[in-house]
Design a protein around this ligand. Structure first.
Ligand code: GMT
Length: 377
């Protein structure tokens, strides 16, 4: 198939899933055309089946807000028409599902019919999409997609509750590539970070308010009082300065390292003992899955799709949003019990295997085929 993928190029979330999916599909022989305003962060290697089309915008003094939607739609029309694509798969409803709808109408005037599949990722439904500023467009464009998928049951349910949805939403879970995410031997790195054999806790995110990252620091502060430990903070975002200030206030600067955005996350996860993700909202929690694939148990909040990924008392613990005291208690319990920690590590890997790209990729391929068949009828 010749597939167009419309996505954000960013380090986290929907952009990562879209890019990894495209790479997997390319490996399986499909021709993949990424359309975005920047080269997607995880699109790092050449593949003969992958093409990248960059959206450029026009700078004109009249435009206080340069009309990116128009530029993107024009690019989609151009790529679909000239590359003769079979299907358009858009990741994150805003604005991609609406762009795809508009492009589809324009393409019809050229006699080109193309089905659209929209994948919902989370904040496009839960935090931003249900805001009245966007919701009529989000609802319309979901209902006018030819296929709609969500990355967890929780997100599918949220979509039905937040909008008037006339479509069936197919749940296709996010996935993990075990060729990349697996426990690596990084003993020298572990010794550099934790020379006295301290336990290593890890958090990865875009450091937005919704991630409740200050609680990561508070959980660590409580753990650190009882267990010799270090915290690695991967990522960057609006809360970073506040977090660094909080570490100073709590006298933790020698024990918390801010590593910024990292490409080889699996090399850092390789030395982790525990992953923390206390988010206020999380439709799947891909970063938790990446940790689990590297045999790192997870302490998370119990909202959204997290309970579908992290199993309470098996692969880690689930606690109420905001209850960082219980999260800290659970962390101390687990890190203080080597045998339990080892069992949780194994369980985390076993659970992560359910999300192996080898199982999930064919689900997307079958869904594409189903939508294409319906579309032709
Ligand atoms: O977590 C973020 O803020 C990024 C965000 C996104 O929309 O790009 O991530 C969402 O999509 C990810 C991939 O499907 C999910 O793993 C995240 O749980 C989801 N984030 C939220 O729901 C807050």
């Amino acid at each position: 198939m010749k597939i167009g993928i419309l996505c954000y190029p960013t380090y986290g979330g929907s952009g990562v899933v879209a890019t990894e999916l495209g790479k997997g599909l390319a490996k399986a022989g499909h021709k993949i055309h990424f359309i975005s305003y920047r080269q997607p962060a995880r699109l790092t290697h050449y593949s003969e089946n992958i093409f990248y089309h960059e959206v450029s915008n026009v700078d004109y003094p009249l435009f206080e807000y340069p009309p990116y939607d128009t530029a993107l739609t024009s690019k989609v029309v151009d790529v679909v028409k000239y590359e003769d694509l079979d299907l358009l798969h858009v990741h994150y409803a805003i604005p991609h599902a609406a762009i795809a709808f508009m492009a589809k109408q324009i393409l019809l005037t050229y006699g080109k019919h193309i089905p659209i599949i929209t994948t919902l990722h989370g904040t496009d439904i839960t935090l931003v999409g249900n805001n009245r500023t966007f919701s009529p467009v989000v609802e319309f464009s979901i209902n006018h997609s030819d296929g709609v998928t969500a990355v967890s049951n929780s997100l599918a349910q949220d979509t039905y509750s937040n909008f008037n949805i006339e479509k069936d939403i197919k749940v296709i879970y996010n996935f993990i590539d075990f060729e990349r995410f697996k426990k690596l031997d990084k003993d020298h790195f572990r010794k550099a970070i934790a020379p006295l054999g301290e336990k290593i806790l890890i958090h990865t995110s875009n450091f937005r308010k919704v991630k409740r990252v200050d609680e990561v620091i508070r959980i660590f502060a409580a753990v650190h009082k009882v267990i010799p430990s270090k915290l690695l903070m991967i990522g960057d975002g609006p809360e970073r300065q506040n977090l660094e200030d909080l570490c100073r206030d709590l006298s933790l600067v020698d024990h918390v390292r801010f590593l910024g955005k990292q490409d080889a996350i699996e090399e850092i996860l390789a030395i982790g003992d525990l992953f923390l993700i206390p988010s206020a909202s999380e439709s799947f929690g891909l970063s938790a899955l990446e940790a689990m694939a590297c045999e790192v148990p997870v302490i998370s909040s119990n909202i959204g799709g997290l309970p579908e990924v992290n199993l309470d008392g098996i692969t880690g613990y689930l606690c109420d949003v905001g209850d960082h005291q219980t999260m800290a208690q659970r962390a101390i319990e687990l890190l203080g019990d080597e045998q339990k920690l080892e069992t949780f590590r194994k369980n985390a890997l076993q659970q992560a295997r359910r999300f192996d790209i080898e199982h999930i990729l064919p689900e997307y391929e079958n869904y594409y085929q189903q939508i294409l068949n319906n579309f032709k009828q």
